[in-house]
Ligand binder design. Structure first.
Ligand code: BGC
Length: 742
């Protein structure tokens, strides 16, 4: 027993006397006692069998609790955009309930594109309320794996290519969910940046990129967001699966960051009993099941952390203290969720939830290009609108893997546009067709591509304006977990179709629905391009808000859109960089991911990170810092004036990028440090202020294994995107030498 545990034991016996007298309930059930004391009490009452039961699944999405002690089952659900349908106990098969629908919120890429942390908090609260109403204790999300390649099948579930953006957005999301007594589950820890070969691939990344790019959003979720559970990833790091990885889990997550919650497998990501026992895994889910992982069904007793672990403990090969520590963490999770009598009851599919889904979509849709004032489409003059493309009608809440949802409401783009502009003014033509979704195959479309194309061209010819609504979908090898896209191009012949449509009717707006960048060889031939996302329940209504000008777009790209795949860092080093060789994927680009690569290497992106137009114009002026010199412990206050110089109200996300003049180790040209979204009426101006702790200008020195801040000159640039920089201010950081700051 450690000193801490001994102290607890003494407390426990005293508390037990008082508690028993007062309420005749055991201390572990007594809300008035400190949580850690209740945990020790519950633990002290459990047999080895009961402890072992607590740390692995009893069904696809639950663990059994401890029935004898009245410690409840833990129920989990995906995540992260809504509460998933119910599954059969043992099978990857929908249970067929009729009350398991939800509000489908916009995908996390859209949330990131709002650049609005306050919305992220409200989004998290909706997810928490619906999860609670559906009697879930853990929602399996959010995901904050960094967007490294546009081929990755799960980018749509993540928050883009920048660690500061993802960090700022994930913290309020987590706090919103957990305000409902439901645990968020931050995933997939760590380095799960591709789906291809995800079960095995070993990521070779330098310590600097790991710390500066791939870990910060996880750290923010743990340290600032106080997340109660974290999910391990399938892939490997330093040759060991991340789900039981001593460095990642014990040293970093639980050691450096002080994570006190439960560390859960991804479904089927545990591979070894000894490693699971020693290297920080707390709950094992999804092993040895059919469907998404391996063979046998209903074999929970065979889980690594079931009978095999018990046998090793009994044989003295694993000390029981490792099991106890896992049980403590599971119990801590219970006290925060299903044993918290004060938690709210939740709510489902309320008007507020739908309104928020619409608002997030409105603020997340990105206007990439808008020449000749093609958009907005004023209702008065909007006659003969040809809506062309499968994504105008396809349900895109389904598919994509574990983030699939059964929405109670889903407004398609065609329905939204028809409602807004009137059925008489809108004609629809499919244009192209994908095959049926399937988890492991690409099925061919049953339609004749040529007739679809001819009908679409005819509709375009007769229209005043064409709204092409295509992009990717959630079919296998599109935006879908389990594998990656095979090409950067749009699928199903869309590139050719868009080019042909633009020839017959140059008044065309192309709306790409995707969670990933796509090649746009037709970009110069069309006057307007909109990046839409998987928008969930209110997607079509929100899109109509933007197209009509009822809402002014304010979304900004959370990732760069390169001209071609080779312009993207992950693809600049051949197969080593992606998809990997001999089971290893080498992140040779180091820190230079996304705009850091484009800007430092001077390889322009077609649309840069942070880009997004508005129907109004903003003028930036007077950028300054409050001082000219700071010490490492100071906070830099940056101010500037923002003015809406156009004729409609709008919102602008001003981005603040930092650069260092003469760093000791080379650094990216610029790095995002802060951003602020401000709404302004026409003609209105305001002061925008952000505060940047000087310590956040540090870099990770891998020779010293720590964060370092050089005495040097730094510059803060204010930008409307990562390349559209509209003001700068320089200052010095003074410190005697390079200073280790964290
Ligand atoms: C996914 C996780 C998900 C889990 C449970 C896995 O395949 O990678 O993100 O939470 O399944 O559905």
């Amino acid at each position: 027993m450690t000193f801490k545990q001994k102290t607890f034991a003494i407390f426990l016996s005293i508390a037990a006397v008082f508690s028993a007298k007062a309420a005749e309930i055991p201390p572990y059930l007594d809300d008035s006692l400190p949580a850690e004391l209740r945990i020790e009490d519950a633990l002290s009452r459990m047999t080895l069998d009961e402890k072992i039961a607590l740390i692995h699944a009893q069904s696809k999405f639950s663990t059994p609790g401890c029935p004898r002690l009245g410690i409840p089952e833990i129920w989990m659900s995906d995540g992260p955009h809504g509460v998933r349908v119910e599954f059969d106990w043992d099978e990857w098969k929908w249970a067929g309930w009729t009350n398991d629908s939800c509000t489908a919120m916009p995908a996390l890429t859209c949330l990131a594109a709002t650049f609005n942390p306050e919305l992220a908090g409200r989004y998290g609260k909706v997810i928490g309320e619906e999860a609670r109403f559906r009697k879930k204790d853990i929602i399996l999300g959010p995901g904050v794996n960094i967007y490294r390649t546009p081929l990755s099948g799960r980018n749509f579930e993540y928050m883009g290519e920048d660690p500061v953006l993802a960090s700022r957005m994930v913290v309020p999301y987590i706090q919103g969910v957990q305000s409902q007594g439901v645990s968020a589950c931050l995933k997939h820890f760590a380095l799960n940046n591709q789906e291809h070969d995800r079960d095995l691939v070993n990521v070779v990344v330098d310590e600097r990129a790991l710390n500066e790019l791939y870990l910060p959003a996880f750290r923010a979720g743990v340290v600032d967001g106080g997340v109660w559970s974290v999910m391990g990833s399938y892939n490997r790091y330093k040759g060991t699966h991340c789900t039981h990885n001593d460095t990642l889990v014990n040293s970093i997550l639980k050691g450096q960051w002080g994570f006190d919650g439960a560390f859960i497998t991804d479904w089927g990501s545990a591979h070894d009993t000894r490693e699971a026992a020693l290297y920080g895994l707390d709950i094992e889910m999804g092993s040895w099941t059919n469907g998404l992982t391996w063979g046998k069904s209903n074999a929970y007793n065979n889980y690594y952390m079931a009978e095999p672990l018990k046998a090793m403990v009994r044989a003295g090969e694993i000390d029981e203290k490792y099991v106890d520590e896992k049980v403590r963490r599971v119990l801590r999770l219970c006290l925060r969720t299903n044993m918290n009598r004060a938690r709210p009851w939740g709510s489902m599919h309320t008007d507020e939830h739908l309104a928020l889904a619409r608002e997030v979509s409105r603020q997340g849709i990105v206007l990439l290009k808008n020449e000749k004032r093609t958009l907005p489409l004023k209702a008065a003059s909007a006659r003969r609108i040809a809506v062309i493309g499968e994504n105008a009608v396809k349900s895109l809440t389904m598919g994509g893997g574990s983030s699939e949802l059964k929405p109670r409401t889903e407004i398609s783009p065609l329905a939204g546009l028809t409602e807004r502009f009137g059925a008489d003014n809108v004609v629809f033509s499919l244009g192209y067709a994908s095959g049926d979704p399937d988890y492991s195959r690409e099925l061919p479309s049953p339609y004749d591509a040529d007739s679809l194309r001819r009908a679409a061209l005819e509709a375009a010819r007769q229209a005043d304006i064409v709204l092409f609504i295509g992009g990717l979908n959630k079919n296998y090898r599109q935006d879908c977990e389990g594998d990656d896209r095979l090409t950067y191009d749009l699928p199903f012949g869309q590139n050719e179709l868009i080019a042909d449509l633009a020839k017959v009717n140059p008044n065309i707006a192309v709306i790409i629905v995707s969670g990933n960048a796509v090649a746009m060889p037709w970009a110069d031939k069309v006057p307007a391009i909109v990046q839409s996302w998987y928008l969930g329940s209110m997607g079509g209504a929100a899109l109509a808000d933007i197209i009509s000008g009822d809402a002014n777009p304010s979304g900004k790209l959370p990732f760069s859109i390169p001209y071609k795949l080779d312009d993207c860092a992950a693809h600049a080093f051949g197969e080593r960089g992606y998809p990997g060789v001999d089971g290893n994927v080498y992140y040779d680009e180091g820190l230079l991911v996304g705009y850091r690569w484009h800007d430092t290497k001077r390889i322009p992106a077609r649309f840069p990170f942070g880009h997004g137009l508005s129907y109004t114009d903003f003028k930036y002026s007077g950028l300054k810092t409050d001082r000219k010199e700071y010490s490492p412990a100071d906070t830099i206050t940056v101010t500037m004036r923002l003015e809406n110089t156009g004729s409609v109200a709008g919102a602008e996300s001003v981005q603040f990028y930092a650069s260092q003049k003469s760093p000791r180790l080379s650094r990216p040209a610029r790095e995002l440090k802060a951003f602020a979204k401000t709404s302004l009426r026409p003609g209105e101006n305001t002061e925008v202020e952000v505060r940047i702790p000087a310590a956040e200008l540090a870099y990770f020195d891998d020779s010293q294994h720590r964060w370092v801040l050089d005495p040097d000159e730094f510059t803060i640039h204010a930008g409307s995107s990562s390349t559209d920089l509209r003001g700068k201010a320089s200052f010095r950081i003074k410190s005697p030498n390079s200073l280790a700051i964290k």
